[in-house]
Design a protein around this ligand. Structure first.
Ligand SMILES: [Zn+2]
Ligand SMILES: [Zn+2]
Length: 275
């Protein structure tokens, strides 16, 4: 069995626009993916502050419907504990959706953080989330495998992983630098499709903020390093900060990225998984 990957959001943690900003290009939800298998089993990769709108989109797009246990989705996996990537979990507790034993596939560090801190701890203690911790590979369901790939990223709360689905699609929304991750090229090369952190295009993008405090590879660096892989694979830029000019399809920066063989992710684009 195979399935379809649906991009549920493509913005950095605060969305586009962020609170109090005008943003660039059209509005974007916070970066997240869903994998909908052909039997309806649905995995949510990262659980964002926009999760209600994102799941509403899945439910509106039948046959993208979850089938088990009355849960809105059947499985969740998370990259790390920065606000854009997991705080949507509050919607799965008893005040809201009241999920039942929802399998939640996370690294040991992320599992420890959720077990140790409220309100996440209550979601586990009250049986809403069923934590499955490790790095895999996990056999999540028929035809659906996961591998959590540790990557370097600011670790105030937890470590950070990229998410590999069936060794076919790699979701890598946050990383500090390619230099700090020696197996970056090897991992990207082994996937047919990779979604890559493209938070910032240039260092002077946010007046008054020191971007060295929030390190990410700049888009030009990513394009230069991995451009030679683009002919054989889909390399898709995501997790765009609200200031990033590639968010505007007609900008020179977006055109340059496309000419180098990369794509810019768009909310609700879909990709068929390899069979
Ligand atoms: Zn992020
Ligand atoms: Zn982060």
């Amino acid at each position: 069995m195979t399935g379809t990957l649906i991009v549920l959001g493509t913005a950095q943690d605060g969305g586009n626009p962020q609170l109090g900003s005008r943003g660039r290009g059209r509005p974007r939800l916070v970066s997240s993916l869903a994998v909908v298998m052909d039997d309806g089993t649905t995995l949510l990769a990262d659980c964002t502050p926009d999760v209600k709108a994102q799941i509403a989109h899945l439910e509106a797009g039948a046959p993208y419907r979850s089938r088990t246990a009355g849960n809105a989705v059947d499985h969740i996996t998370l990259t790390h504990a920065h606000m854009g990537h997991y705080t949507g979990l509050v919607q799965f507790g008893k005040e809201a959706h009241n999920a039942k034993s929802l399998p939640t596939w996370v690294s040991p560090s992320m599992a420890g953080y959720l077990r140790a801190n409220q309100p996440w701890r209550a979601l586990i203690d009250d049986g809403h989330l069923d934590i499955r911790s490790g790095f895999g590979p996990f056999e999540v369901g028929p035809g659906l495998g996961l591998r959590l790939v540790p990557v370097p990223h600011r670790g105030e709360f937890t470590d950070t992983v990229g998410i590999s689905v069936n060794d076919d699609v790699l979701f890598l929304p946050d990383i500090d630098s390619w230099d700090q991750w020696p197996s970056a090229e090897e991992e990207i090369a082994r996937h047919r499709v990779s979604f890559l952190d493209a938070s910032f295009f240039s260092l002077d993008e946010i007046p008054g903020r020191d971007l060295s405090q929030i390190p990410h590879p700049l888009v030009a660096d990513t394009v230069e390093r991995f451009g030679h892989l683009a002919a054989e694979r889909r390399l898709i830029l995501t997790h765009l900060n609200h200031s990033n000019p590639v968010a505007e399809p007609d900008s020179p920066q977006a055109q340059a990225v496309r000419e180098a063989g990369f794509e810019v992710a768009e909310d609700f684009m879909s990709i068929r998984l390899a069979g």
